[in-house]
Design a protein around this ligand. Structure first.
Ligand code: AR6
Length: 280
């Protein structure tokens, strides 16, 4: 009996989910100029992919409340299928318990704030299904994130400077906040890139402290699309964080999040090098 009712629950959940997803897709496709040229796929994974594709493209237009509710329910279902990771589940460095390293997708972390490697527009990545972190964060947070960024940018009235940072809510992410910072594009190292990268980390940390946050997670800023050599970037990132924490006792945890095993090893070495040097 028990297994039948569980099966029914799953079935109902699945059907409601599929209906809601179809509704979201119809609404998003209806906003397009050439809505007739998009066909709604049959399978769940393809529908989810199309939802991400369409929200990536979507300008910061107002959203009907019903669409937002359906989107939030769908993103909650997607999150429930991921493994959310809490700060106490992440290993600390043996040399400093406040410094942590973690390999994986930053959108799974339930820290106070995750940092986004944004661009000067600060509206998220508009390239559908692009593999950058900006795309991953906006897709998992939902349409509201671009709307809030757009409000901040309208008030500011000019593009975000490289090295500065802004904070928004995390919406459907497990993290409460997103700190958006703009790292430098690597231009051979002749354009104060190292100073700008340092500022991106420092300004994000300062914003976290100003908001009274206890845990923050950084990706490897600028080392993807912006081409910064990762060994040098890892030394700047880890030194900036360690120096900052020397004079700061309110921030309890800083996690470096690396997507690949190779990047993880590079940051692990950089963390060890800077902390052993400080101990010596
Ligand atoms: N979780 C953790 N790390 C990630 C994830 C993820 N989900 N996705 C990517 N990374 P990039 P940038 C890593 O290119 O170099 C965007 O289009 C990735 O492996 O995301 O600062 C913006 O809009 C790499 O190590 O950021 C800007 O235009 C790191 O995140 C531009 O890219 C940064 O890669 C910013 O370029």
């Amino acid at each position: 009996m028990r297994s039948i009712s569980l099966f029914r629950l799953f079935y109902i959940h699945h059907i409601i989910g599929m209906d809601e997803l179809d509704y979201i897709l119809r609404e998003l496709v209806g906003e397009l100029d050439q809505s007739h040229s998009v066909s709604i796929p049959k399978f769940l994974e393809d529908k989810r992919k199309l939802m991400r594709y369409l929200t990536n493209l979507r300008p910061p237009w107002p959203v009907p409340e019903k669409l937002l509710l359906a989107q939030d329910a769908e993103l909650a279902r997607q999150l429930a299928e991921k493994e959310v990771v809490y700060p106490n589940q992440i290993n600390s460095s043996s040399l400093d318990p406040r410094i942590k390293l973690w390999q994986g997708d930053i959108t799974c972390l339930a820290v106070d704030a995750i940092v986004n490697a944004a661009n000067n527009q600060l509206l998220g990545c508009f390239l559908p299904l692009h593999g950058c972190i900006d795309n991953a964060i906006h897709s998992a947070a939902g349409i509201q994130l671009r709307l809030e960024c757009n409000e901040l940018m309208k008030i500011q009235g000019h593009p975000e400077s490289t090295g500065s940072a802004k904070i928004t809510s995390g919406y459907n992410l497990p993290a409460k906040f997103v700190i958006h910072t703009v790292g430098p594009v690597w231009l051979g190292g002749f354009h104060v890139e190292s100073e700008l990268l340092k500022q991106a980390y420092r300004n994000s940390l300062k914003l976290a402290v100003a908001r009274g946050l206890k845990s923050i997670a950084f990706p490897s800023i600028s080392t993807g699309a912006y081409g910064y050599p990762i060994e040098e970037a890892s030394r700047i990132a880890t030194k900036t964080v360690v120096d900052f924490l020397e004079n700061e006792d309110k921030l309890e945890q800083v996690t470096f999040v690396l997507f690949s095993e190779a990047d993880f090893q590079i940051y692990a070495q950089a963390v060890e090098a800077i902390l052993t040097k400080n101990e010596a």
